[in-house]
Design a protein around this ligand. Structure first.
Ligand SMILES: *Cc1c(COP(=O)(O)O)cnc(C)c1O
Length: 612
C-alpha cells in the first residue's frame, strides 16, 4: 500500500514517529530511551520493538490533533469509520465495549429512568445501571434445551408487553409510563443468534427513546450481504428510534485488545452530540494510547478495502468446518459410535440467510420459536454439542460432559470461547485458517480415541490427578465422563437450566441501592442456604450458562426455587469434581473440612428484622 493511501491517523502517527523528535513530554520512557538502562527495561524494549515506543506519544503532540476533543487526524479517522460502518457519529473507545456501553448510559439516562435490558446483557450494562441509578426492567431470553442462551422473544418488544412490564415493576415510580428511556439488546447473542434489527427498531419505536445494540461480538454486520437488515447501523430502516451500536473491534475484527467503536444514528428525537462528547470525556483517560487508536483507524481501512472478502472467507471456512463435523457424525452414527454434533439446521447449508433462520417447530434449536420471531444463526459462531441431551432437554443414558472435552482441548493448547454442560463454542474470526480448522478437527478426533482407550487421567490432567488422587486415581477419561454424566443426569441439569429464567426474583431495591450497601458498611456474607429472603448485593452469574441468575437488589428466592436448587447443585458438584468447578461471579467460595462452601453478599437486616 502506498503511504499516501494510509488511513489518516495511522499515517500521521507513523510519519511523526519516524522523525527525529526530542520529546520533553510524557510518557517518561521518551521513545523507549528511558528503558535501555536497566535489564528488565531493555528486555521489555527489545521484546516489543522500538516502533511501539516511538508511536507511544503524549497528547501534547500538536500535529496529531486531539483524540479527546475529536480534532485533526483522530476526527478524520472517526469520520471515515462512521461512513464505513453506517453511522452518523462514531467514537473510538479505548477501554473496550465495557466503557462504550457506559458512555451510552451517561449520554441518555438520568437517575430513576426506566431502562429495558435483556437479562443476558453483559455485566457492563449492570455497572452502567448502577452508576446512573437507573431502574431496570428485564427482557428474558428464550430457554434452550441445550443450555444455550436464547434471544429475547419478539413479542416482548411489543408496546403492550412493555407497558405490562412497567406497570408490574415494583421499582418504577411512574407505572403508567408508556416509554422506557433506553433499551439494550445483545446482538448477536453469545451463541451467535442475530435479531432482525430493522424489525426490532420499528417495533420498539413507540416504547423506547433510545436503543443500544451491544454488538461486542458482531462488528462486521455492515460488510457482508448475509447480515442485511440485521445489524444496528443497518441503513434500510426508517429513522425513528435513535440507535447506538457498541462494538468490540478487538473481539472478532482485528484491533488491539480494548479497541472498541461506538456508533450512533440519529432518529426523530435528536440527541445533542455534546452530551455524547461529554459522556465520552468522563470515561476516557487523558492519556490515550495512540497505537490502540491507530489500530482502530487501520481496522476501518481493512474493512473498507477488504471487509467483504475477509468475511466471505471466514464464512466459508466456518461452513467447511461445520460440514466436516457433520459428515464425521454421519459416519460414526452409522457404526453406532458417538461424535460431536453441530448446533445448526440439519439440511444442506449454503450462505443464504434463509437457511440459517430459526423456524417454529425446528427441533434442532431446542427453543420454542414463535411465528413472529425472526433470528438467524451466525455461521461464524460454531457450537458443538456433545452427546447427553435430547432436543427436549431430557438426558440420554450416554453422555460426554463438555467440561472434560474442554479441559482436554486446553491441555492440547486449543482454547474454546465458551464451555457449557454439553456444548462448546468456537469463534471463526477472520484470522482462522483452514490449517487451524484441520488441526481442531484432528484434536477432536484424538479426544475420541483417548476416550475409547479410557486414557488415564494422569496423562492429560496431571495437576488435578496429583491434587486429588482419591477421586481421580484409578479412573480414565471415559470413566470420568460417565461419572459426571450420571451426576448431571441425576440433577436433570438441562431442564434445570431451561427453567432458571422463567421466574425472575423479586426486585427488593434498585441495583444502585444494593451497591451503596457496600460503601455504607451495610452488607454481610451469609452461607448460601441462609440466603433465601435476603437481598443480594452482587450479581450472581454462573458459567455455564453465563447469564446472571440474581441481579443486585434482588431477593434470593425460596430454597425450593429453581434458582436456589441450581446454586446448591453447583456447590455439591464442586465437591464431587474438584478441578472442574463451576465458575461464578458473585459467589465467595471457602473451604471447611476439605469441603467447598458457597457464600453470598447480602444487605444487613433492617431494625425491624426484615431483610432490606
Ligand atoms: C465482551 C463484551 C463486552 C465488553 O467488551 P470489552 O471490549 O471486553 O470491554 C460487552 N458486551 C458484550 C456482549 C460482550 O461480550
Amino acid at each position: 500500500m502506498k503511504e499516501k493511501e494510509f488511513p489518516p491517523f495511522y499515517k500521521a502517527l507513523k510519519s511523526f514517529a519516524r522523525k527525529k523528535n526530542t520529546l520533553w513530554s510524557t510518557p517518561g520512557h521518551a521513545s523507549g530511551h528511558g528503558l535501555k538502562d536497566s535489564p528488565a527495561g531493555r528486555d521489555f524494549y527489545e521484546f516489543f520493538g522500538h516502533n511501539l515506543f516511538l508511536a507511544d506519544v503524549s497528547s501534547s503532540v500538536g500535529e496529531l490533533g486531539s483524540i479527546l476533543e475529536h480534532q485533526g487526524p483522530p476526527a478524520e479517522a472517526e469520520k471515515r469509520a462512521a461512513e464505513a460502518f453506517g453511522a452518523d457519529i462514531t467514537f473510538f473507545v479505548l477501554n473496550g465495549t465495557s466503557t462504550a456501553n457506559k458512555i451510552v448510559f451517561f449520554a441518555t439516562v438520568s437517575p430513576g429512568d426506566l431502562v429495558l435490558v435483556g437479562r443476558n446483557c453483559h455485566k457492563s450494562i449492570m455497572h452502567a445501571i448502577i452508576m446512573n441509578e437507573a431502574v431496570p426492567i428485564y427482557l428474558t431470553p428464550k430457554a434452550c434445551s441445550y443450555g444455550l442462551i436464547g434471544p429475547v422473544d419478539f413479542n416482548q418488544f411489543m408496546p403492550a408487553s412493555i407497558r405490562a412490564k412497567i406497570s408490574s415493576s415494583k421499582l418504577a415510580s411512574n407505572k403508567k409510563a408508556a416509554k422506557v428511556q433506553l433499551t439494550v439488546l445483545t446482538n448477536s447473542t453469545y451463541d451467535g443468534l442475530i435479531y432482525h434489527a430493522d424489525k426490532v427498531k420499528a417495533t420498539l419505536a413507540p416504547s423506547a427513546r433510545f436503543l443500544l445494540f451491544d454488538e461486542a461480538w458482531y462488528a462486521y454486520g455492515a460488510f457482508h450481504p448475509f447480515y442485511e437488515h440485521r445489524y444496528a447501523m443497518s441503513p434500510s430502516s426508517k429513522r425513528r428510534l435513535p440507535v447506538f451500536a457498541s462494538q468490540s473491534t478487538h473481539k472478532l475484527l482485528l484491533a488491539f485488545s480494548q479497541g472498541s467503536m461506538l456508533h450512533f444514528r440519529q432518529g426523530n428525537e435528536k440527541l445533542d452530540e455534546q452530551g455524547l462528547v461529554e459522556a465520552n470525556l468522563m470515561h476516557a483517560s487523558t492519556s490515550p494510547f495512540y497505537p490502540l487508536f491507530a489500530s482502530l483507524d487501520v481496522n476501518t481501512q481493512i474493512m473498507k478495502d477488504s471487509g467483504y472478502e475477509l468475511l466471505n472467507k471466514a464464512l466459508h471456512t466456518a461452513l467447511r468446518f461445520r460440514r466436516a463435523v457433520s459428515r464425521a457424525h454421519k459416519r460414526y452414527h452409522r457404526s453406532g459410535e458417538w461424535w460431536f454434533q453441530v448446533w445448526q439446521p440439519s439440511k444442506k447449508l449454503e450462505l443464504d440467510p434463509a437457511d440459517w433462520q430459526l423456524k417454529p417447530g425446528d427441533r434442532w434449536t431446542g427453543m420454542d420459536i414463535k411465528p413472529e420471531d425472526d433470528y438467524i444463526l451466525d455461521p461464524l459462531k460454531v457450537t458443538l454439542l456433545t452427546p447427553g441431551v435430547e432436543p427436549d432437554a431430557s438426558m440420554t443414558n450416554f453422555g460426554v460432559p463438555a467440561c472434560v472435552v474442554s479441559k482436554y482441548l486446553q491441555a492440547r493448547g486449543v482454547v474454546p470461547e465458551k464451555t457449557g454442560f454439553y456444548n462448546l463454542l468456537f469463534l471463526f474470526a477472520p484470522g482462522v485458517s483452514t490449517e487451524r480448522t484441520a488441526e481442531l478437527l484432528r484434536i477432536l478426533h484424538d479426544f475420541k480415541w483417548e476416550y475409547t482407550d479410557n486414557a488415564p487421567l494422569s496423562k492429560w490432567f496431571p495437576k488435578i490427578y496429583e491434587e486429588h488422587p482419591e477421586i481421580y486415581g484409578n479412573i480414565g477419561l471415559a470413566d470420568l465422563c460417565r461419572k459426571m454424566h450420571v451426576q448431571l443426569k441425576k440433577y436433570d441439569i438441562m431442564r434445570r437450566c431451561a427453567t432458571l429464567y422463567t421466574h425472575l426474583p423479586e426486585q427488593a431495591v434498585a441495583p444502585h441501592k444494593a451497591y451503596y450497601g457496600l460503601s455504607d458498611g451495610k452488607t454481610e456474607y451469609v452461607r448460601l442456604q441462609d440466603a433465601p429472603g435476603r437481598v443480594s448485593v452482587l450479581m450472581i452469574l454462573p458459567y455455564p450458562p453465563g447469564v446472571p441468575v440474581i441481579m443486585p437488589g434482588e431477593r434470593f428466592p425460596a430454597a425450593d426455587s429453581p434458582i436456589m436448587k441450581f446454586l446448591h447443585l453447583n456447590e455439591t458438584w464442586d465437591n464431587l469434581f474438584p478441578g472442574f468447578e463451576t465458575e461464578f461471579h458473585g459467589i465467595k467460595k471457602t473451604w471447611e473440612d476439605g469441603k467447598v462452601v458457597y457464600w453470598v453478599c447480602v444487605l444487613n437486616k433492617t431494625k425491624k428484622g426484615k431483610a432490606a
